[in-house]
Design a protein around this ligand. Structure first.
Ligand SMILES: Cc1ncc(COP(=O)(O)O)c(C=O)c1O
Length: 285
């Protein structure tokens, strides 16, 4: 209902903030904790926020954009127990699930927390996995019948019940026949991550890579450069001439971070990193 509280975990995909605001709901933030280069859920804070702010809905990003965590089954179960105890509905955005690295397998929220079946919506899409965003297809899985009926009624009322026909066919074709292509794509992305890792280590050691467990992003801690948030943005955009996503759009406290997308050719990635290196050297000379 309007005015209800919705919980999110910054730094997080920034449209989460916008969609809550645009629907006249209240944003409740339970920030992730960064410890030794690894982001974790602060379960004490999460419970305190849920209880004190009367949270009704939890918008979960799983795997998490931009920090690249793939939540473990145990973490998801713990989240689920809290949501169950405090009657919080969960919308689990799992759009990056196909990009979980093999050593960090993705757990579907419904598998971790079957007890919440009536109180969850799961979202995936072929848009990222198969680069089909322009065809506007997503998979919204609503296991509970009552919620599903209400969801359908809302979608009909919004005049959005009909899928783009090309999108539907593309989605089906991608899931049925795109397995091999996806495996190659995932391998390529892993190579790009290696390229980034070694470039940073050898040529930009002041920028720290937050090791992702999935997704095609890398979240970079640039605080070692010793710049203000504004000077960092200036360096990236005007000196390195790159369009990365500045951390502050994901979280007001993450202005020292940058998100780089690795879903590009190795050549493009190397060119971007070379420009970044030149900009950093230019500052120091
Ligand atoms: C976590 C998350 N959810 C949703 C979306 C939106 O995806 P689409 O463009 O397919 O609507 C994105 C895109 O970046 C995302 O990262």
């Amino acid at each position: 209902k309007e005015g209800d509280s919705v919980l999110i975990q910054p730094p997080v995909y920034y449209p989460f903030f916008e969609v809550i605001r645009d629907n006249n709901r209240k944003i409740v933030e339970s920030p992730l904790l960064l410890t030794d280069g690894h982001y974790e859920i602060d379960f004490d804070d999460l419970e305190e926020k849920i209880a004190s702010q009367n949270v009704k809905l939890f918008l979960l990003c799983s795997p998490h954009n931009p920090v690249g965590r793939v939540w473990t089954k145990e973490e998801l179960q713990k989240l689920g127990e809290l949501c169950d105890r405090y009657h919080v509905f969960v919308v689990s955005d799992e759009i990056h699930c196909d990009f979980a690295f093999p050593e960090h397998p993705h757990t579907i929220f419904a598998k971790a927390c079957p007890q919440l079946e009536e109180k969850m919506i799961l979202c995936t899409a072929p848009s990222k996995t198969f680069n089909l965003a322009g065809l506007q297809v997503s998979n919204i899985w609503v296991p509970g019948k009552e919620v599903r009926d209400r969801f359908k009624a809302e979608i009909n009322a919004a005049g959005y019940s009909q899928l783009n026909a090309l999108g539907l066919i593309a989605c089906q074709a991608a899931y049925e026949n795109g397995g091999e292509w996806l495996e190659q794509c995932q391998a390529y992305l892993r190579e790009n991550l290696k390229v980034l890792r070694s470039f940073l280590k050898e040529r930009l050691p002041k920028i720290r890579l937050i090791e992702p467990e999935g997704t095609y992003f890398a979240w970079l801690d640039c605080s070692g450069l010793g710049l203000s948030d504004t000077a960092l943005e200036n360096l990236i955009a005007h000196q390195a001439k790159l369009w990365l996503d500045g951390g502050s759009v994901f979280d007001k406290k993450s202005g020292q971070f940058e998100r780089i997308v690795l879903a590009c050719t190795k050549k493009t990635l190397l060119q971007a990193l070379t420009q970044l290196e030149a900009a950093c050297r230019g500052r120091n000379s």
